[in-house]
Every structure is written in structure tokens, then in C-alpha cells.
Design a protein around this ligand. Sequence first.
Ligand code: ATP
Length: 652
Amino acid sequence: QATLKSSGNDPYPDWKAGDPVPYAALCTTFSLVEMTTKRLIILAYCSQFLQQVLRLTPNDLLPTVQLMINKLAADYAGIELGIGESLIMKAIGESTGRSLAVIKTDQHEIGDLGLVAAKSRSNQPTMFKPKALTVRGVHEGLLGIAKVPRGVDITKEKGGPSEAKFIVRFLEGKLRLGLAERTVLVALAQAIVTHEAAVKGKKATPEQMAEGETILKTVYSELPAYEEIVPAILKHGLAKLSTVCKLQPGVPLKPMLAKPTKSITEVLDRFEGKEFTCEYKYDGERAQIHFVASSAVDKFPTSAITMQKDSKGLSAIFSRNSEDLSKKYPDVLGKLDTWIKDDVSSFVLDCETVAWDTVNKKVLPFQQLMTRKRKDVKAEDVKVKVCVFAFDLLFFNGEPCVKKSLRERRDLLHKCFQPVEGEFQFAQFGNTNVLDEIQDLLEDSVKSSCEGLMVKMLDTEESGYEPSKRSRNWLKVKKDYLAGVGDSLDLVVLGAYYGRGKRTSVYGAFLLAAYNPNNEKYETICNIGTGFSEAVLEEFHKALKPMVIDRPKPFYAHSSVPKDQPDVWFEPRLVWEVKTADLTLSPRYQAAADEFEGTTGGGKGVSLRFPRFIKSRDDKKPEQATTTRAVAEMYRKQEAVAKENSGKKGVD
Ligand code: ATP
């Protein structure tokens, strides 16, 4: 644990025990964090600040943590900021008495709305000392804005330049401090352990620190909701947290993800000597289905807030992103009770919803599913029927089962649920480690309109469910890999070029980027103009037009050469899945450029050759795009294979 030198002066002498946490104090911490890239120092700043909150104003711990992680509420609450530039500029103008034209000029010169806000605020003549903002007040103000997204009213938000800067960044949806959510979680654990020891007049030991971190990380992975966890810590202490906060219906956990593999032999190498299973990889939408029967509802007081209620009980469906999809799938929720056998009072299932051909009784391609309406669907109006393919059971009759082995979870699933044709099925699988048999399963899966196989560890503790992890215990083998194409990438649309010829009224090509979570930048990776139908181009033109911005965001890493600039830039919103023939290094793009600095003459990023559009990934947020680290890994792997092949040729 890093320790920080104290300046000796308490920067907030007015912050007394019981006072609301001053927002300026949080902004000072942000400014300190912004000035360093050293993770341990960042951790120490955050932990010290949280200790102060615990000591002086523990009741404000929750909004403080939420502002630190740049989220107003847990993901499933559906409360998000990410307000467009034009609205923010208007709001800065209104709250500082400057004209929109002046703000626009500033933005053109500075290119960072947070700094434009800070400048506007510091230029403002102040007759009276502005009333201090509080963390709770800012949290509530932002929450109000998020709930009524049409207008942004920050006129009431006073405070100094630094506060204006961070409020505006929050509105944009990006604090850009280099402060990862995970770091705040660890800082919180350290602050609590230190505080709990201090209350007893003691100093926390490194072992206590490590144990505290493990407790909080484990609890958070099962119950990713600070709204539940922070009050429980304050009430019961950290040691008891895992007994009071557990996975529960109503709070979606982040799904477990798989690592890509290039061949079946790679799978065999990885799982050598272990029992594993090969499941079909259905091509639909991830769905985490939560249910509590009416007889058991009183055992889950908090879950009632987020779940749909009917005579059978409470139910909800969450996406890969923990977004509430209940209004998209009322037809599924209406039939949950037909899947269960007697004695099932509550469950959380991990599934894939797949479009279903009711005439030929088979799975339909992913594109069919995408034509379904996303909101306010009426069960009787549904045209594209879906079948739910269940592959995991995470919670059953009041108890989490994530720590059980996959074999146990699957046995329970098959014992207590029953397939209903065209509505609910168990994912098909085969337990084999024979190469030819796996090959056959793969071919069968593809014939059944699946993407390939998910190969999973079956026994031992390694086969537990690992929420939010891209785990080595789940491997995906897609049919395309075998053709040597490799995994697809999910990329963010940053810019576009006007079309030519037939395409002049729409955008004809786009500039895409991967995401670098370390510096929170979108780093350009390719231009793409292949794989779009005319109808799709028109649709994207319509969707992207309101997202046009005057100039690239300061958190876009792109070439500065004039001829490389797109005709228009966009807010970072859309995520597209893209395939590529291979990867190369190019000075025109910036993806993972920092990883290759020095080795290739510098300044070159990884870029995609012959990229092709596959589909929109509406279920992914821009921050969940393929990371630049993954891009670098793909490039290195490709180079290693090329080297190996040329070596082999040499031997021949
Ligand atoms: P992609 O879906 O493009 O492969 P991803 O990042 O969304 O990438 P992965 O971990 O790569 O997710 O693949 C797992 C996805 O496959 C799951 O999120 C789920 O939606 C889907 N899936 C289909 N069948 C299964 C299955 N039997 N077990 C687990 N996941 C499955």
C-alpha cells in the first residue's frame, strides 16, 4: 500500500463531522488522481479520501463512491449520463452568462468541454462567494438530469472552475482521470479496513487489508450494486458482508465470458487431463433470467424494486450489460412458470434467447432476432418468437450456486426444469475429449444455425461460475476461426465519410476505433465500407446524424494528417462487430500504438486489413468494445503464427 506525504494543512477546515461531503474536496482528489498514472498512488489518494468520508460523513459514502466511479446508480437501474455536446454547451452558456457563440469558439480552440466550463466559470465575475456544492447535492442534481434527458440545467450548480470541469465531464459520461472502477473498489476496501481498525485504536495489518479486499471483491462480483453493499458495510461491518450481501434475484451479475481459441487442438492443449464439456454456442442475445415465486417474495425485500410483478411472482430478464430487458420479452416472462417443476421458488438462469422458426421448428439466424422491438412489447403482438436456451443455473431456491461445479449446476438445472418445445430448451452438449467427436459436434452445431462451440471445464473448483470474467475455463470455438479468420472485433464508430455515386445521400464509409481502458481513449483502427446493404447504410445515417460533433473529442487517438480526417466526427455511441482478413501496423491508425512504440519506428497503430461489417452490437456499450490490448494480442499472435509458418517452410 502506498503512503502519501501529508501537506500538513487540512485543505477543508470547514468540513466537520456530520457535514455533507464538500464536492470541492472530491474534485481535489480527482485533480490529484489526474496528475499521476501510478496506480498505487491513485489508490492511496482514493482510499485516504474515502477514509475521511467514513470518519466525518459516513452517510455520504454511497454518493461519493458513485461519483468516483462515474455512475449514478447500478447498471440495471438504467440511469445513464452521456449528454450530447450541443446541450452541454448551451448549459455552460446559461450557467455562466456567456453566449453560445463564445462557448462554441472556446470549444473549437480548446476541444475539451470540461476545460471550456472551467474557463467560463473562472472568467465569471463573482460578487458573492459561491455557495459550496456538496457531493450529495451534485449526485442528486445529476440524477435529475439523467431522468429528464431533454434539458440540462446546471444553472444552479455554482462552485469553482474545477468543480465545473468535473460536472461537465460527468455529463459527458467520461471523467478521464485514469481511475478504473476496480481501483475504487479496492480503495473502498482499504478505507474500510483502515477505518474499522482506527475505531478500535489500532493499525490495520497487511493481512487484514488483503482479506478485506478479497471479501469486497467477491461480494461485488455476485452483487454488483453499491446501493446494496455500502449501507450493509456501514451497518454490519466488512467481516459480516458476505453473510448479508449475496447474489439475489433482482440484481443482475456481470456474465462470465469466454476466451477465443483458434483450433480444437488448442482446446485440447488447454484442458489436457481435465473433464470438459462442449456446448452449442447459440447465436442470439444473452439473457439472465431472474424469478421469485409469489410464495417466496417476502424473503427478497429489495428485489421487488426492479422486477416485474404478476400473480406468479417477480421476474426480470437482464442483458449482457445488466440492462433490464423485461419490456422486450414479456412473452418469455409470461411463461416462466411452465419451465419449472414443483418445488422451485426462486432462480437465476444464464441463457441465450434465439429467434425461433415455429413452422420448421428450428433456430433462426441472429438477424431475425434483431428485428424485434426493444421496448414496450406486447406479448400478443410478438412476430419473431424466441426460444430460450439455458446453459447455466446461478441461483436456486434461495441460495447462490456459482461456487458449485458446472456438472452440479447442470444436473440441478436438468433435474428441476423441463423443456417446452420452441420456448425453453437446455443447451445441447457433448462431454468428450476425442478430437474427431468434438469436430463432429462443431459441425452439428453449425448445421443447427449455431456459431460454434463453447467448451467449458466441467468438474473441480475451476468450473465454478466466474462473474464478469473472461475466463480460461470457458473457451469459444467459432466456425470462422477454423477458416483462419480469427475472432471478430467489436468497434466504436467515431467518424464517417460521405458516400460517392449511388451513396451520396448517406455515409459511405466509417472510421472505427478500439477502446483503451488504461487512458480511457478510443484509438482508431480502420476505415470500413464493406458489408453494408443500402438499407443498413440509410439506417445508420439516420441514427448517426444527431451524434455529429464539430471536432474529435480529446479522448480520441487518431492520425493528425489532414488527408486522414473523416468528413464528420461523432459522439462515441455505436458499437459494430467487424471481421478482418488480418492485422497490420499503419501510421494512419493509433490502436495499441503505445504497445508498439520503439519496436516499429513508433507512431504506428494496429489496423485491420479488408474489414467487413457483420452486425450492430446494441448490447455493448462503447467501453465494452474490443480493447486495444486485445488488438495488440491478436496482432502478436498472428505475427507469431506467420513466423512459425515461415520457419516450417524453411525446414521443408
Ligand atoms: P461474441 O458473442 O461476439 O463471441 P462476447 O464478448 O459477447 O463475444 P463471448 O464470451 O465471446 O461473448 O461469447 C460468449 C457469448 O456466447 C455469451 O455472451 C452468450 O451470449 C453466447 N452463448 C451462446 N451459447 C452459449 C453457451 N452455451 N454458453 C455460454 N454462452 C453462450
